[in-house]
Design a protein around this ligand. Structure first.
Ligand SMILES: O=c1ccn([C@@H]2O[C@H](COP(=O)(O)OP(=O)(O)O[C@H]3O[C@H](CO)[C@@H](O)[C@H](O)[C@H]3O)[C@@H](O)[C@H]2O)c(=O)[nH]1
Ligand SMILES: O=C(O)[C@H](O)COP(=O)(O)O
Length: 334
């Protein structure tokens, strides 16, 4: 087909029109009126984020004190080796440790496991997740994410989106950020879950949902968590119960290309797991889950290759939906 004849599918166009709002639409005064008895938790996963987590917690705390819109702030310390926990606590968060919350369960790793622990350890009817590495964080992230949930009972989940500059020593590339999003996640979603093609930032780490729904989905360990969450929520509640909100611009700590390669591979394994679950993969043979990468400059470089081989296990496991666990087990860490 001629490229100029192509248009977004009517479903995608209708959803993006109907279910997209801007953070400025959700002002605290209106949200306070709408909140009623609904409780709101802000959960921040953090692994070695001592440089940024304090300012994020302090900003959310000020919003909480000024408006009462946030009832608790939980930072999940995800095996940090720096002062993340101390800094977060000093700024006013309740800090829980990922491994304390999941004690007695199989040991899993990564961001997804930290989020699952955060959901288990928090109590709010509405839970907003915010990454702990954001720079220049502002409280409209929180009001924007909870706004549609406090205002419209048919919304179950709200995903943030924003412009993503790529900040490097040489300068700023205005829309150069979100490299895994553009090179892996978006193509996969468009290929296999085209109804989700209207989600502007599918990997955004800032989103909010109703506890009753979040507790009914599994959480994939590692960086597959956001991808799986979107696909699983689409299955569980349908596209119309999902919304997105424009949060303006977001800056965060960039990972290097090799680390983003490992993130990409986890997202691909996650996509495979959902295709397999849906019966769309005909072979029973799962993908290999070892990623081989090449690094130059190390002492143990292989002769002839002039590079060292780095091998990483990029497999993902899953924590079950919280709602499937016995109540006694779920209370741990709260
Ligand atoms: O084992 C981990 C790794 C990360 N984090 C925290 O999770 C957040 C996001 O992690 P980061 O390494 O900064 O991810 P990004 O490079 O920013 O990756 C993007 O893409 C990921 C894959 O979808 C999402 O999880 C991220 O939220 C999104 O920002 C940060 O607060 C981390 O401290 C943990 O809590 N535990
Ligand atoms: O969300 C993503 O695509 C990855 O986190 C990479 O983001 P970056 O390109 O802004 O570092």
């Amino acid at each position: 087909m001629d490229q100029t004849d192509l248009t977004a599918s009517p479903v995608v166009e209708a959803w993006t029109t109907y279910r997209t709002s801007s953070a400025g639409r959700w002002q605290p005064a209106e949200l306070i009126r709408r909140k009623g008895t609904t409780t709101v938790s802000v959960v921040i996963p953090a692994r070695n984020e001592e440089a940024t987590v304090g300012a994020i917690v302090a900003t959310v705390r000020r919003l909480a004190q000024r408006t009462g819109l946030v009832d608790e702030i939980v930072v999940v310390d995800s095996r940090s080796v720096d002062r993340t926990a101390e800094v977060a606590e000093a700024a006013g968060a309740r800090v829980v440790h990922q491994d304390d919350v999941t004690r007695g369960l199989p040991r899993l790793s990564g961001k997804g496991d930290a989020l699952w622990a955060g959901l288990a350890a928090s109590t709010g009817d509405v839970v907003a997740f915010i990454d702990g590495d954001l720079e220049g964080f502002s409280d409209h992230f929180v009001t924007g994410l909870i706004g549609p949930l406090l205002s419209d009972p048919s919304v179950e989940f709200v995903k943030g989106f924003y412009h993503r500059p790529l900040v490097r020593s040489g300068g700023v590339e205005q829309d150069g950020g979100g490299r895994v999003t553009e090179l892996a996640a978006r193509p996969l979603l468009n290929l296999f879950w085209p109804t989700l093609a209207g989600v502007v930032q599918p990997l955004a780490g800032e989103y909010a949902g109703r506890r009753r729904t979040l507790e009914r989905i599994p959480f994939v360990s590692g960086y597959g968590v956001e991808f799986a969450m979107l696909v699983d929520l689409l299955d569980l509640v349908g596209l119309d119960a999902l919304a997105q909100v424009d949060l303006g611009e977001r800056r965060h700590r960039h990972q290097d290309t090799a680390a983003l390669g490992r993130m990409s591979a986890q997202i691909m394994v996650t996509a495979w797991s959902r295709l397999h679950r849906a019966g769309l993969v005909l072979t029973e043979r799962p993908p290999a889950t070892v990623l081989t990468q090449f690094r130059r400059g190390a002492e143990d470089a292989l002769p002839g290759l002039d590079r060292t081989i780095d091998v990483t296990d990029i497999d993902v496991q899953e924590r079950p939906p919280l709602a499937s666990l016995a109540r006694s087990r779920r209370a741990v860490g709260r």
